[in-house]
Write a protein that binds this ligand. Structure first.
Ligand SMILES: [Zn+2]
Length: 304
């Protein structure tokens, strides 16, 4: 069934730190006219340059998805994009005063709550769809990463994660129109393996990170000295290890990691700028594979 485009019911504002840069950022999502798509505007830069949330603008996928156009660059766009697009917003102008979106609690919970609060408005233009007519595949065989899109009338996404981790195990979650995004997907937080944290700190990433904004997976018992170091990094007096997860908070779902991967892929595939009619199956997906898939579909559209 074809539907009309929608925009956000009114401006919604978020403030917080960027996960990687640690910079304070304020971001306001504003209504936008039909056919404008989702566009970021760097209001801290001269002339407020814009960058459209489209696959050909992706310039980096190392820890999140970064888009760039001219001088305007915005990092970690996937969570706000996931919430807006999946909750029916086709058009929005996002004013942001820093090069990265706020990480919030590592999930899209607050975004979803604000979108629900102001609602969406139907616009006088039909939605643009991409009907998948043949199978598309992107694979990194040696990493066990594979994203496949096949023909289907409705949009649905299956995510399977398996990191050979006893803690995480094999997890599967499926999104389709029967799933409540605000309840089942938006609250799921980003995650990181403990052994990655020290490396990320060395690389100057995750400056704004804290135990509250990510699930930390601990695969082996940690020594007291490691625990002390981690406490210092996160500015905590003590950190509890529970069920293999380093955190003060409990998991929001047993399969929160697969659900967060689903949150991410919904955001990354929104970079197509069209509603997909097709079924996505993603094994161990990541931002690189997701955005490569969005680019493949985008190329298919421009070939026509
Ligand atoms: Zn994410």
């Amino acid at each position: 069934m074809s539907q009309n485009q929608r925009t956000i019911g009114g401006p919604i504002t978020f403030s917080g730190k960027g996960l990687h840069t640690g910079e304070l950022v304020t971001m306001t999502v504003n209504p936008a006219p039909a056919d404008s798509g989702i566009v970021f505007r760097r209001i801290d830069l001269k002339g407020a340059p814009e960058v459209a949330a489209l696959a050909h603008n992706v310039c980096d996928t190392s820890r999140g998805t970064t888009i760039k156009s001219g001088k305007a660059k915005v990092a970690t766009i996937e969570h706000i994009l996931s919430a807006l697009w999946t909750m029916g917003v086709d058009n929005a102008t996002i004013d942001i005063d820093a090069p990265e979106t706020p990480i919030m609690d590592g999930s899209a919970r607050e975004y979803a709550a604000e979108i629900e609060r102001v609602g969406t408005i139907e616009q006088d233009a039909p939605r643009n769809y991409f009907s998948v007519e043949e199978e598309f595949c992107f694979e990194i065989a040696k990493k066990g990463v594979k994203v496949v899109i096949s023909p289907a009338e409705e949009y649905s996404v299956d995510v399977i994660v398996d990191y050979n981790s006893e803690v995480v195990g094999r997890q599967h979650f499926r999104y389709d129109s029967s799933v409540s995004y605000p309840e089942a997907i938006a609250p799921c937080r980003t995650f990181v393996f403990l052994h990655e944290i020290e490396l990320l700190l060395k690389l100057g990433l995750i400056k704004g990170g804290s135990v509250e904004s990510a699930i930390v997976v601990v695969e082996k018992p940690i020594s007291d000295s490691t625990k002390k170091r981690i406490c210092k990094v996160f500015g905590k007096d003590d950190i509890a290890v529970e069920r293999g997860y380093l955190n003060h908070q409990r998991l929001r779902f047993d399969d929160e990691i697969a659900r967060h991967k689903l949150l991410d892929i919904l955001g990354d595939l929104a970079l197509l700028g069209r509603r997909i009619k097709g079924h996505v199956e993603a094994l161990r997906p990541g931002h690189y594979a997701n955005t490569q898939m969005a680019a493949q579909l985008e190329n298919k559209i421009s070939d026509k």
